[in-house]
Design a protein around this ligand. Sequence first.
Ligand code: GLN
Length: 532
Amino acid sequence: MTKYIFVTGGVVSGIGKGISAASIGRLLKNRGLSVFMQKFDPYLNIDPGTMSPYQHGEVFVTKDGAETDLDLGHYERFIDEELTKSASITTGKIYSRVIKKERRGDYDGATVQVIPHVTDEIKEAVYRAGKETGADVVITEIGGTVGDIEGLPFIEAIRQIHSENKAEDVIFVHTVLVPSIPGSDELKTKPTQHSFKQLMSQGIKTDIIITRSDGEVDESLRKKISLFCDVPAEAVIQSKHVDLIYEVPLVFHEQGLDKLILDHLQLEGKEQTNNKWREMVERFKKADKEVNIALVGKYVQLPDAYLSVTQALLDAGYEMGDLVKIHYVNAEELNDENVEETFEGMDGIIVPGGFGERGVEGMILSSKYARENNVPYFGICLGMQIAVIDVARNLAGLKDAITTEIDPSTPFPVIDLMENQRDVENLGGTQRLGDYACTLNKDSKAYELYGKEVITERHRHRYEFNNEYRGQLRKAGLSLSGINEDLDLVEIVEIPENDFYVACQFHPEFKSRPNDVHPIFKGFVEAASKRR
Ligand code: GLN
């Protein structure tokens, strides 16, 4: 019997609703319950895969190949579970299911409407998550802010779920901003009251309110919110500022949030066994030795575009007592003149994923610089393709070698489309996505790091290492240390002479967890730390 928690947001967006939801997930897992999490995004895109990172930040990829909202990364890191397609639902997905059914004639002649047909489809997405996973609790976060027109069907659907289940099977959590007036430090609860009313007008009475604010939401403010928003004072939970996001579950626990939820849902739950998470947080907070990592990309104005990469770097550092300082380098501005000075003092260079032509030459300069100066290098996806291009051009003598993503008529297409990608018409959902296996060469850095021969990692790319150049690039000094045997594709390359030079076609950042940091990230930060 699955229970349901719905997390909504009020007042403004961007107040850490995803972290709050993920923290609730962590608390319930600490209580021995099984948890599945999902995000509903009210936009019309089928998924964020076709959106610009400037619009949306990182596109997170699940093991079964769904391109999803970056909040799923928070969920996976906090609850330490691999999520699936069922964890990411958009209005685009819901409508396309409804329209498909309509065309098939499934609605038996009915006029197809938002209520009940769209709301039924939304409810189905919630119930299906429970059925598929058998989780004790499904936590559903509704993207956007209550009152948004596009969010209305989702709010209506969760209202219906509440009314068709027992009161103890469903709980609503509302996260809000409690702003302070510039100049005075006074915190204001009025926006919270309005947000509460907005939800009430849509038939939802929230059970718990989580407040974000600059200052302390003290006893008197809590009483005020409790009075105006009709929740007990102990159900007003403060999400105060913390140094480490992983502290948020601990802050919630101190205020009794897990007990509150368990009591409402009439779930037993073990005595709180927060200790492992708490110990991890305490250990992480002791990290103090600075390690400087240059992250070279073209979306550096918006660090959210690299969220899982930066989080994995930070976590790898914490794990080893190091404070990773990330220096964002705009690849478009890098050139032969400033490369030396840009990387001065850097202990490691990372080139993460990306698409298109902009900044690529600057990235190639970066991997070349790292290779020639024995600076630890970590290339991810595009960053691996970049490493291959540098070696082709500068060690194998393949002048102007490049990926066909940029120049389809290059004489040296060292990175190229696979046959099955040539006729693809739709951009959305057609890349190589999700889990693929990779066999490691036993005589490689990758094998040393993973400690096993066959690994599975998540992918999101269209172009691949061109097998016709295997021989030439090997001879030039590139070791092809990871291969997908089923498709015969190169997944990892290394420069064995360097202290650390590993580049992979997959995205290891999606599988890194604070309590189980990814081996390549650990190896990279360790190498950078040694160089310091
Ligand atoms: N643009 C490259 C490709 O499609 C790399 C993608 C990525 O870095 N995620 O293959």
